[in-house]
Write a protein that binds this ligand. Structure first.
Ligand SMILES: [Zn+2]
Ligand SMILES: [Zn+2]
Length: 336
């Protein structure tokens, strides 16, 4: 990954900076937004922690003549490593407060702590859903690799609550929640200028991953669809998303995302066909066996497939029953 800070920054209205922070994944970059006001800068979602990304920020801030102590607040939309990973690293250098939701903080600690047990729980749940035996080892290694990319955790966290007002970048924001993609996800709405900083809740071109996880939201897709229906009502002129570029067609995009999932739900019932299938089998039919060579994408695809099957079960369109894997182990399967 090369460090190209000059092409990574766009100057937006009100002196905001959109910084495309590189990511070592197929998503390519995460947007950090830097909002200035008379106190200094607020940085929203600084990115994943790797040596390359640290170097990226060091040169970018130097080029922009932004001193560490000019950064006064670090705001995190949700706990995913590509957004939250550098929160503690930035706090160590700036002394700034980190602002996030209680649920996001709890999830960050549960999933990405050094002594986490989540990797094993997720791998075990995936085996229950038919994950091929030869991929089990890769999945555990992949999952436990994240903790170093989100350390240190921030030590001084200020909690943000829904419906409260929050000041950043000389603007008064109202805090909304977005469910389905990440529990406790926060969205910032500026009703005066009709702007929305929405993290990964509403993305252009790509659909945010809706993944089921053990002991998480039992029906993340149901929560996502409900959340989008509620958020649709906001009057928005410009959306500032966590990935890709800012875009104007807010309601159209919200409707597009709902339709995308409705189509995918139908497709999955078709793929189950007349016999029983595990989530892993449906996943390979839906997304292709080539996912086996990319464990990161496989994890998202399988979690996404389970989320859809859970929602189909809720709608009474499929039944979850006990089945058997090819080597005779008891697993969860679905039939129509
Ligand atoms: Zn995310
Ligand atoms: Zn993201």
């Amino acid at each position: 990954m090369s460090i190209q800070t000059n092409t990574a920054v766009s100057l937006l209205e009100d002196g905001w900076l959109q910084v495309k922070v590189p990511l070592p994944y197929s998503l390519k970059w995460v947007n950090a937004y830097l909002l200035p006001d008379k106190e200094g800068w607020t940085i929203i979602d600084p990115g994943l922690r790797t040596e390359e990304i640290e170097a990226f920020w060091i040169s970018l801030l130097a080029e922009r003549a932004i001193e560490w102590q000019d950064i006064k607040s670090i705001v995190i939309t949700h706990h995913h490593p590509d957004h939250y990973g550098l929160a503690g690293w930035f706090q160590d250098r700036t002394g700034a407060k980190v602002w996030m939701s209680q649920v996001a903080m709890d999830n960050a600690r549960r999933l990405w702590d050094e002594h986490e047990t989540f990797s094993d729980e997720l791998t075990e749940a995936f085996i229950q859903h038919g994950l091929a035996e030869e991929l089990v080892g890769d999945m555990s290694v992949h999952m436990s690799g994240f903790s170093e990319r989100v350390s240190p955790h921030p030590s001084n966290v200020q909690l943000l609550r829904l419906n409260e007002e929050f000041h950043m970048g000389s603007t008064k924001w109202v805090i909304y929640g977005g469910e389905g993609h990440a529990p406790g996800h926060l969205i910032f709405y500026d009703p005066v200028n009709r702007r929305l900083l929405c993290g990964d809740q509403v993305l252009p071109d790509i659909s945010p991953n809706i993944g089921w996880m053990p002991d998480g939201d039992p029906d993340p897709l149901g929560s996502f669809l409900k959340s989008l229906q509620e958020l649709w009502h906001l009057d928005v002129e410009m959306v500032y998303p966590g990935h890709r570029d800012p875009f104007p067609q807010y309601r159209q995009r919200v409707e597009g995302l709902i339709e995308h999932h409705e189509r995918r739900l139908l497709k999955m019932t078709e793929l189950i066909g007349e016999d029983e299938k595990s989530a892993f089998e449906v996943c390979e039919l839906m997304f292709g066996v080539r996912l086996r060579s990319n464990i990161h994408n496989l994890r998202f695809a399988l979690a996404e497939t389970i989320a859809h099957l859970v929602q189909l079960e809720k709608r009474g369109m499929v039944k979850r029953v006990e089945g058997e894997s090819s080597n005779g182990k008891s697993i969860i399967v679905y039939r129509r």
